[in-house]
Design a protein around this ligand. Structure first.
Ligand code: IPD
Ligand code: CA
Ligand code: CA
Length: 260
């Protein structure tokens, strides 16, 4: 399964790059005022679904642009381009994100950031890699020494429970903040030790499933804001484990003032 996943995500990354480098104007539609989908998202997803259905016709698929494709206990969770805004704006931080699960348990995953030439992979119980080299989370254990990432899907969706109060309270207490624009890359950058943590409201399973397994296989931890699993992915906190409880303390305190 890992070899099959490596093969299709590598080809999918190339399709995305071909669209990025094409001379003609990229066709882009709006799912809402600020939420975009491009012809590249649709082409990458169509390719991946076709390859999976050819190889595993009975498997289920859950993909961002075409939704649920019914099947058996094997399921593929696909974000064809995570970071479409970055992609459309000719930036580098976008990725293809694919996770495979059996009976609801994540078994293998891959996140391909083709413009960065970075392929993250993981298999349950076998660790995680970046370009075939093993990766581990950092051992920084203080928030003040940590670089964190976040995102603002909640603001894009005009939600009243949004990230601004969290951002305002956490920012003065950490070394630095990053907003790369791809939740999958955010989680992978925690997994390889480039950052210590990531938090975001209002994500979807296809944003985080692959990054979740890669992070856990690299020694990290992913929970909701209450340090549990019930509210994932509406609430997503992924860290190196060492700073998890300190970050959770901030998030639960701020949430208690936000959500009545
Ligand atoms: C988005 C990215 C972004 C996150 C947004 C997601 P998309 O995915 O992961 O980092 O902040 O909430 O929607 O829409 O480009 O696939
Ligand atoms: Ca996404
Ligand atoms: Ca997407």
């Amino acid at each position: 399964m890992k070899e099959f996943l490596n093969n299709i995500i590598t080809q999918a990354g190339q399709i995305a790059m071909d669209y990025r480098n094409q001379a003609s104007e990229l066709k882009v539609n709006r799912k809402s005022d600020k939420d975009l989908v491009s012809e590249a998202d649709e082409a990458v997803e169509a390719f991946l679904i076709s390859e999976i259905q050819k190889a595993y016709p009975d498997h289920a698929i859950f993909a961002e642009e075409t939704g649920q494709h019914e099947g058996n206990e094997h399921r593929w969770i696909i974000d064809p381009i995570d970071g479409t805004t970055s992609f459309v704006h000719q930036q580098l931080y976008f990725s293809v994100s694919i996770a495979y699960e059996k009976n609801g348990v994540l078994e293998c995953a891959a996140v391909n950031a083709p413009a960065l030439d970075e392929l993250f992979e993981a298999q349950k119980g076998c660790g995680a890699t970046l370009n075939n080299k093993p990766i581990r989370v950092s051992n920084r254990d203080k928030l003040i020494d940590s670089v964190l990432a976040t995102g603002f899907a909640c603001v894009r969706s005009d939600l009243t429970h949004n990230n601004m109060p969290y951002f305002e309270k956490i920012l003065p207490n950490i070394r630095g903040i990053r907003r790369y624009g791809s939740a999958a890359i955010d989680l992978c950058y925690v997994a390889c030790g480039r950052m210590e943590g990531f938090w975001e409201l209002n994500l979807k399973p296809y944003d985080i499933s692959a990054g979740w397994l890669i992070l856990e296989e690299a020694g990290g931890k992913l929970t909701d804001y209450d340090n549990g699993q019930a509210n994932i992915p509406n609430e997503t906190v992924g860290t190196n484990g060492s700073i998890h409880d300190d970050l959770i303390n901030y998030l639960t305190t701020i949430k208690s003032h936000q959500v009545k």
